[in-house]
Ligand binder design. Structure first.
Ligand SMILES: [Zn+2]
Length: 67
C-alpha cells in the first residue's frame, strides 16, 4: 500500500464554480488566451451549459493505492 501522485489538468468552471478535470468534461474547443494561457471551451457536467475557463496544470492529487 502506498501513495502516488498524478498531475491532471483542470478548469475552474464559471457555471457551477467547481473544478472539473479537463478530461472529465465534454471538450468543445481550445485556444490561446490574451496572456498566452490555454483556454478551454467545454460543457459543464452540472449545468450542461457551454462555458470556458483557463486550463490549470500541475496540481498533484494524491491517491492511495490499495495493493
Ligand atoms: Zn461546472
Amino acid at each position: 500500500m502506498g501513495t502516488y501522485y498524478e498531475q491532471r489538468n483542470y478548469v475552474l468552471c464559471p457555471e457551477c464554480k467547481e473544478e472539473h478535470f479537463s478530461d472529465e468534461v465534454e471538450f468543445l474547443d481550445c485556444y490561446e488566451g490574451d496572456r498566452g494561457q490555454d483556454v478551454m471551451k467545454f460543457v459543464c457536467p452540472v449545468t450542461k451549459k457551454e462555458t470556458e475557463s483557463n486550463v490549470y496544470r500541475g496540481r498533484c492529487y494524491g491517491s492511495t493505492i490499495l495493493a
